[in-house]
Design a protein around this ligand. Structure first.
Ligand code: TYD
Ligand code: MG
Length: 434
């Protein structure tokens, strides 16, 4: 049977359909479906590809160039790798352009040249920001341009040590029909820039805006095109800016870098634990300290809980900084295994400072914060809590316990409540509130 090789693709969102449609069922746009030919085979059919014996694969030690900002190097896995394609995401106004201009200036003050392509702001606007940051390097080259082939040609002419595209949503290809900012444009532009990175060993950083919902505006496919995805977490209303590695072919993911926005741009926070605990209230019920592992390092955070009477109707559960399913599980275990009647109460949980915790190791601290608010008894000031909670109420062991305890002790938390010390949630709660 002959295969149907015709595909119609929406030029706005990338939706594909085997037949033409007047309106895209995915994004609702009208008359955006266009016929696209499927990928042509890369080499003539019938010629076999040739594998190579393992020892003959050339060895390449990855050499890394520091951006001049250690916390940025950390999230990149130790610095810039030749030919790496990096996507930097975050909400508008969070500091993407700021951190890149700072890194560009630091690199250019060494013996590297940097090409900064500004497609969203004018060069004069960039100059204004740069003056605030005391940028004055001659080898920082600024290009006001949005056409991707003109950008790649300029990069080839100037052979910089780093190419920055601010932003990928502003860039387009003149030979692609759809409007700038559309999925088709963003994907094709990114693909060409990544190809440039790979063929010339030039590291490229693409700035990508992220919507409130957390998705990259543009195709998620962009994340697959690049080697590394780093993203500013949360919104710009927090004093601290957390940069997290979501994907990294050259290093660990989940690494975080912590910064503070100041009038001189983003400053590094060398001791994140101190910052996350700085505003912790003393002897107040509902506050627990947890030693988390973020990427490769331990970080102490404060988990806050508030248990209240519902204002009206059904009780509400709100989780900020932890998964809401996880909170539901913890509340169920507290009710069934430790006898706390929470089913008719409002429960709010928040991780102070805007950090998002993903490990179950924070379960015990969340449970203890909720129990503390429920009983209106504070958790003793110098205790840190670490442990995963099982459905039977048992405490389960977690990774890198020693590193967590060491960080807790470094900051004066001399009592650590861990699965080694308490086997069950009820033992833990007894130890805290007896
Ligand atoms: P910006 O880097 O423009 O954000 P993005 O590129 O992610 O959209 O950051 C803009 C915000 O940062 C803006 O609200 C002004 C503030 N800011 C400072 O507070 N100090 C500074 O030195 C700079 C350059 C910006
Ligand atoms: Mg910007």
């Amino acid at each position: 049977m002959a295969r149907n090789l015709t595909v119609f693709e929406c030029t706005a969102c990338g939706y594909q359909s085997p037949k033409w449609l007047g309106r895209c069922p995915e994004c609702g746009a009208w008359s955006t479906l266009e016929q696209s030919s499927p990928d042509k085979p890369r080499s003539a059919p019938g010629t076999a590809a040739r594998p190579i014996p393992f020892p003959e694969i050339p060895k390449t030690g990855v050499s890394r160039t520091s951006t001049g900002i250690p916390e940025l190097d950390r999230v990149l896995g130790g610095g810039l790798v030749p030919g790496a394609a990096i996507l930097l995401g975050g909400e508008p106004g969070i500091g993407k352009s700021t951190i890149l201009l700072q890194a560009a200036s630091l690199l250019a003050s060494g013996d590297h040249s940097v090409l900064y392509v500004t497609g969203e702001e004018s060069a004069t606007q960039l100059r204004l920001r740069g003056d605030r940051l005391s940028v004055k390097e001659k080898s920082l080259l600024v290009l006001e341009e949005t056409e991707v082939d003109r950008i790649t040609a300029a990069a080839k002419d100037n052979s910089p040590a780093l190419l920055i595209i601010d932003s990928i949503q502003a860039v387009s290809c003149s030979d692609v029909a759809s409007v700038p900012g559309s999925v088709a444009q963003v994907r094709e532009s990114a693909t060409r820039l990544v190809r440039l990175a790979k063929s010339t060993n030039l590291p490229v950083i693409l700035v990508g805006h992220v919507t409130k919902e957390g998705g990259l505006a543009g195709p998620r496919a962009l994340e697959h095109v690049v080697d590394t995805v780093v993203q500013f977490e949360g919104d710009r209303h927090h004093a601290h800016r957390i940069l997290r590695t979501l994907k990294n072919r050259f290093g660990p993911s989940d690494e975080i870098g912590v910064f503070r926005m100041t009038s001189q741009g983003l400053l590094e926070v060398p001791n994140p634990s101190e910052v996350f605990l700085a505003e912790r209230p003393e002897n107040v019920p509902g506050s627990a300290v947890h030693a988390a592992i973020e990427g490769t390092r331990p970080i102490l955070v404060e988990i806050q809980a508030l248990v209240g009477e519902p204002m009206q109707g059904n009780p509400r559960r709100t989780a900020l900084g932890i998964d809401s399913q996880r909170l539901a599980l913890i509340l169920a275990v507290l009710q069934r295994r430790a006898g706390l009647t929470l089913s008719d109460r409002d429960v709010f949980v928040n991780v102070a400072g805007g950090l998002s915790l993903t490990e179950p190791a924070s379960d015990l601290a969340v449970a203890a914060a909720v129990a503390s608010s429920f009983h209106r008894k504070p958790i003793p000031q110098d205790w840190a809590l670490i442990g995963e909670l099982g459905l039977a109420g048992e405490l389960r062991s977690v990774s890198r316990l020693d590193a967590r305890i060491k960080e807790a002790e470094r900051l004066g938390f001399n009592q650590t409540l861990t699965p080694n010390r308490a086997k069950h949630l009820t033992d833990a709660l007894d130890a805290l509130f007896r």
